[in-house]
Write a protein that binds this ligand. Sequence first.
Ligand code: KIV
Length: 257
Amino acid sequence: MSQTSDSLSQAATRRRKASGEPISVLTAYDYPTAKLLEEAGIDWLLVGDSLGMVVLGYPDTTHVTLAEMIHHTAAAARGTTRTPIIADLPFQSYTSPSQAVNSANALLKAGAHAVKLEGGIKMVPQISAITEAGIPIMGHIGMLPQSVLLEGGYKKKGRTPDDAQRLVNDAKAIESAGVFAMVLELVIPEASGQIRRAVQVPTIGIGSGLDCDGQVLVTSDLVGGFPWFTPKFVTPTANVGERIRDAAREFRESLKK
Ligand code: KIV
């Protein structure tokens, strides 16, 4: 195992959680973004299947293929030398433990140090198989974007005591199966805190309040790179989309005689 992959062992991430130093995670789907984020000192890069919406123009993540994830993982990996790259296993690429291991291996071959999949207790066989294959794996519970068609929208999770307890049970089960960290997506802050306290591996929140061990954002949301839609929980700190439009207008004007 390389030093980068070592930093994603459960022992290492438990120590990191215990240190109290927050973990920063941003998405990168290409070489320049990965290189810039590494230069900025971001802890972990995620080649998320949000790629489907913010780069490939799909309506949701269920359209993203393993081939597309491999292509973008390889590009992001070429932009980094030391930052761990976590690649999403896309929709329908981990329907059985053996398929999950094969898909995870393909992403590792493309340059990922770890993979991520969505789901709680039901995904324990897949998570265990990937862990047994020696591949670091991150969990993802709460709102599961790959289930958006079944769920009929992006809804907050953990609103009732029963739902919060269900999430705690999911978190404990995937921790026992071997995840080195888990994303909590659109979980109400009280439930996020409950989950964070119930597990020893880091919880990485997105739209889930501040009571998490780290935060992840889709980089285009943070920098205003996809100005047609910004999630409610993000305040962009740059306006890249507008700057591109301005630069293009100025270029067009500059050509007029
Ligand atoms: O695909 C993605 O970018 C993600 C984050 C939203 C956590 O899974």
